[in-house]
Design a protein around this ligand. Structure first.
Ligand code: BGC
Length: 348
């Protein structure tokens, strides 16, 4: 079968080539790949800046935003041929640390977790793949066209869960949300904010095209320009920063409202140094009971929350998030970054 592979650490090594057909082990599903979403993490791996192949192997099968159809399922697994499934990305560390021992492996404490298509485990970027039934999530058949958005939506569902848990440390009645970045994660964060009845604002550098249209489609407000200025106008109760751009990250932390929560979900690839007035920042954070935190990955509870959020959303709106579809043989094109793109999907 064909698979999308890369040698981690070696830029320019991405290719579509033949690999051995997968064989389902005990308790595993054999799945026909339907589609694969590409995100910033995949681009980082392709640029040689992130990722690790399985122990003893040179190449890593890329891909963690999966969608497939079960071809064969073990008796009693709860799955049947024809089911639409998405594979969970992370597996707990072998030790396991306290978080992994409690099923909260998205919060692994020792960094020895593995991730399909990212760190130490082959991904879902192949014509067929296998997945342990315990790490497969069944999707409503009506979500087939947009099912590839479940993994990014799970990351956002986790972020929202954490925001709400942090907010509930005291009185919490958020009204306004500011999202930095109108990529897939930002737009899904905005969607989940709308579903919570918030007044939603999305900030991006792109001035026209599908991003402002998608924000308008949610009945949210679209802004360009600086985050500090936008935050001063909006006074958001919650900021979700999805770009990882150093300036925006710092502005998000400094410009939030008293008792505001800033959730950082963007991974910075930028090594720019931004000077910080640490003393003034400290005073502001303490005197305003501000909170900022990072959120990554998701466990099966978050996938379930994400599946529910997607099922409530307008399918046409969700489908518009996919701005580019490529056949597997043209997968290399998916890694060219274009600012006007939202989600690029490879058809398997
Ligand atoms: C994935 C997460 C993963 C993270 C870091 C993200 O793109 O969605 O599941 O934990 O990268 O590897």
């Amino acid at each position: 079968m064909r698979a999308l592979t890369v040698v981690p650490g070696r830029p320019g090594s991405v290719q579509v080539g033949e690999v051995a057909d997968p064989v389902a082990g005990r308790g595993e599903l054999l799945v026909d790949g339907v589609a694969l979403g590409i995100c910033g993490t995949d681009r980082e791996i392709v640029r040689g800046r992130y990722g690790a192949a399985p122990a003893g192997e040179e190449r890593l099968v890329l891909g963690h935003e999966s969608l497939g159809r079960v071809r064969a399922a073990p008796e009693g697994s709860g799955f049947a041929p024809g089911d639409l499934v998405v594979g969970v990305v992370r597996r707990p560390d072998p030790e396991p640390c306290g978080a992994c021992a409690h099923g909260e492996f998205d919060a692994c404490r020792n960094g020895r977790f593995t991730e399909r298509g990212i760190k130490g485990l082959h991904g879902y970027g192949s014509e067929q793949w296998t997945v342990e039934a315990d790490y497969a999530v069944r999707l409503d058949p009506s979500l087939e066209e947009v099912g590839v958005l479940l993994e990014p939506a799970s990351v956002v569902a986790k972020a929202w869960e954490q925001i709400e848990r942090i907010g509930s440390r005291s009185w919490f009645d958020p009204r306004r949300l500011l999202v930095a970045g109108a990529g897939p994660i930002g737009l899904l964060a905005a969607l989940l904010g709308m579903q919570r009845g918030l007044e939603v604002h999305v900030l991006d550098r792109v001035e026209r095209g599908v991003k402002p249209e998608l924000v308008a489609g949610l009945d949210a407000a679209y802004h360009t320009g600086g985050l500090a200025e936008a935050a001063a106008r909006i006074a958001p109760d919650v900021v979700v920063e999805t770009t990882g751009a150093p300036r925006l990250v710092l502005d998000a932390i400094t410009a939030n409202a008293p008792y505001g929560i800033v959730c950082l979900v963007g991974l910075s690839a930028d090594r720019t140094r931004v000077p910080v007035a640490a003393g003034a920042l400290n005073r502001e954070i303490v005197l305003e009971n501000d909170a900022f935190f990072g959120s990554v990955n998701a466990n099966p509870r978050h996938y379930a929350l994400a599946a529910r959020a997607l099922s409530w959303a307008d399918r046409t709106w969700l489908a518009r998030l996919v701005t580019r579809r490529l056949p597997l043989e043209r997968a290399a094109e998916a890694f060219e970054e274009r600012v006007e793109d939202v989600k690029t999907v490879i058809d398997l």
